[in-house]
Ligand binder design. Structure first.
Ligand SMILES: Cc1ncc(COP(=O)(O)O)c(C=O)c1O
Length: 442
């Protein structure tokens, strides 16, 4: 009979070893991985196998927005499991329909029809299929400092280092520069900026041929590559340009959506209505896998009389949709979007103080509870802080009981949206102490 080799509780070392032997770790050199063995959680806190407690300042990977083990979402999953665990993708069922209606309500403008996926990458894959089928054009513009998922199309859209080993990827993707004001690709400062990050996109459109371009796809606010909050006129101007050339605008809100930035979706900050939005992560807060492409009425009605060449076995999975309905209710009942705005103000002030205190802090960027500290060797040259010192930061934070995403020379601070002021200030003190300790080593 097939069953796990042991039903005894594994020790931490046994568990890690078993994982290492049989399961890959993503984006890692396998021998170098030193995982935390997570066992349980509550609110913004989780515990490992040895009972050590951690504050989670990256909401797992910026998806666990409502916090760990919310009883209402657990109950909704249990209820749905007792009723119906699986359904053919084309069957009509309540969770799928009710959730679709809720998503149409919270997404801006006429983004009213949903194509479900299992996560963010699949959402972006299908978003570009929508764009290509609807426009009959092939080219997609995306940005360099971006991440849109690991599947072939999504990684081709992504501009970051993870694209290079799997090139050439899919044809027809062209990258443009980003609104990275701290390290402007055009060499400008706030004083000299003419929004070259916008105007050059129009040039690229002209050179690539507007009639060949299906869409411009961008993260609402760049996430894992450094919380690049664009200037206020950035999204509105790109909306204007895409309308001028009749190109679709796609907002990837996989990470920046569901209150992360203090609004349901990042584009809400600038009153922009894209033609297509992709969502995942915070949709279920990571409790079960689910993503979606949400499209405008014009795109939706195009497929009323034409074949939709898309499908997934787990489309509109009843369990995931039930979890998402319960999650969306939690956002609303517990005012988590407002809390993200309010705690975001406290967070921003805390980050500015940390920047004042420590010369190795080059820049801090924040919007809602989506923020980053960028560390440098030297404020003048902006040379990134050495990798060895960044590892030191990571292990110091862990030793103090705080986990977060540390990428290149950046510490991300993106806790669950249910965080309160006391928890936030404890976490910021830990980060402040750690940055100070590492600064003294430079
Ligand atoms: C902006 C963005 N888009 C897409 C994805 C891919 O989502 P998934 O890992 O669910 O495929 C991510 C993942 O981090 C993301 O941050």
């Amino acid at each position: 009979m097939l069953k796990p080799k042991t039903d005894k509780r594994l020790s931490k070392d046994e568990l890690v070893e078993l994982n290492r032997t049989y399961v890959f770790y993503s984006w890692s050199i396998q021998e170098q991985v030193d995982p935390i063995s997570i066992v349980s959680g509550k609110g913004i806190t989780f515990w490992d196998h040895d009972g050590k407690q951690y504050m989670d300042f990256s909401a797992q990977l910026m998806n666990l927005n409502i916090g760990y083990q919310h009883p209402k979402v657990i109950a909704a999953i249990q209820e749905q499991a007792a009723k119906l665990c699986a359904a053919h993708p084309n069957m009509a069922h309540e969770p799928k329909a009710l959730l679709g209606e809720m998503i149409a309500e919270i997404t801006p403008g006429d983004l009213n029809k949903v194509f479900y996926t299992l996560g963010g990458a699949e959402a972006n894959e299908n978003a570009i299929k929508f764009a290509r089928l609807f426009t009959g054009r092939q080219k997609i513009l995306a940005r360099y400092i971006s991440y849109h998922g690991a599947t072939y199309g999504a990684i081709t859209l992504s501009g970051d280092y993870r694209r290079l080993p799997v090139e050439p990827g899919i044809p027809g993707v062209i990258h443009v520069f980003d609104p990275y004001c701290y390290r402007c690709a055009f060499g400008h400062t706030f004083e000299t900026c003419h929004r070259e990050c916008v105007t050059h996109i129009e040039k690229v459109i002209e050179y690539e041929g507007p009639k060949a371009i299906a869409a411009l796809l961008m993260e609402g606010v760049t996430g894992s590559n450094g919380i690049l909050v664009p200037p206020d006129d950035y999204w509105p101007r790109l909306r204007e340009i895409t309308q001028k050339y009749d190109i679709l605008l796609i907002s990837d809100e996989v990470m920046s959506g569901f209150g992360r930035t203090g609004a349901w979706f990042a584009v809400n900050h600038w009153d922009v209505i894209p033609d297509i939005m992709t969502i995942a992560k915070g949709l279920t807060s990571g409790y079960l896998p689910l993503g979606a492409v949400v499209v405008s009425d014009a795109i939706a009605s195009y497929f009323d009389t034409r074949m939709l060449y898309m499908g997934l076995t787990y489309f509109g999975h009843p369990m995931s949709c039930a979890a998402a309905i319960a999650t969306l209710k939690v956002y609303s009942e517990e005012n988590l979007i407002e809390n993200s705005t309010n705690m975001g103000i406290v967070l921003g002030e805390g980050l500015e103080e940390i920047k004042q205190k420590h010369t190795i802090v080059g820049d801090v960027r924040y919007i809602g509870l989506f923020s980053v500290i960028e560390l440098v060797k030297d404020r003048e040259t902006k040379e990134p802080l050495q990798a060895g010192l960044m590892s030191e930061i990571k292990s110091n934070l862990l030793a103090e009981g705080l986990t977060t995403f540390v990428n290149k020379n950046m510490i991300f601070i993106c806790p669950p949206l249910c965080i309160n002021q006391e928890e936030l200030s404890i976490g910021l003190q830990i980060i402040d102490r750690t940055v100070g300790r590492v600064e003294s080593l430079t």
